[in-house]
Design a protein around this ligand. Structure first.
Ligand code: RTP
Ligand code: MG
Length: 140
């Protein structure tokens, strides 16, 4: 089966606590390959656009403010069933409901400061990857 790609973001709560390496180890142990990666600070306009689908949700404003509160690490993960596999490794949105061994169970601080983002479909992954990366920056 052809390898799939997904967009992952290590969120500001995790970069602040120096957890980038431990989170990346979880991805790699699950068979996901980090084929692109960069650390950046999102502007309010960029975070607002990235989370545009959530614009009408009550947590949108807080989410944008949280995502701009510190640096993030945007990355492209590649592997078999990368979208689903990544979401499995991340665990449930609310760390209280996340399975043992998942990133959010081990590292998340709250339902908002939950350490990682992962695309929720292959279609959204393509859009989200293009939001952060040019094709030339991705090396499989
Ligand atoms: P993500 O998009 O970050 O991978 O997470 P997800 O699919 O599990 O969660 P989603 O429903 O797409 O929500 C996006 C992010 O918004 C924050 N959130 N806060 N305060 C709240 O009730 C609440 N609900 C969601 C989280 O940071 C979540 O990851
Ligand atoms: Mg989502």
């Amino acid at each position: 089966m052809a390898a799939e790609r997904t967009l992952s973001i290590i969120k500001p709560d995790a970069t602040r606590r120096n957890l980038t390496g431990r989170i990346n180890a979880k991805f790699e142990e699950a068979g996901l390959r980090i084929v692109a990666q960069k650390r950046l600070r999102l502007t309010e306009a960029q975070a607002g656009a990235f989370y545009g689908v959530h614009k009408e949700r009550p947590f949108y404003k807080d989410l944008v403010s949280f995502m701009t509160s510190g640096p993030v690490v945007a990355q492209v993960l590649e592997g078999e069933n990368a979208v689903a596999k990544n979401r499995e490794v991340m665990g449930a949105t609310n760390p209280a409901n996340a399975d043992p061994g998942t990133i959010r169970k081990e590292f998340a601080e709250s339902i908002e400061a939950n350490s990682v983002h992962g695309s929720d479909s292959a279609e959204n992954a393509a859009t989200e990857i293009a939001f952060f990366f040019a094709g030339i920056e991705i090396t499989g």
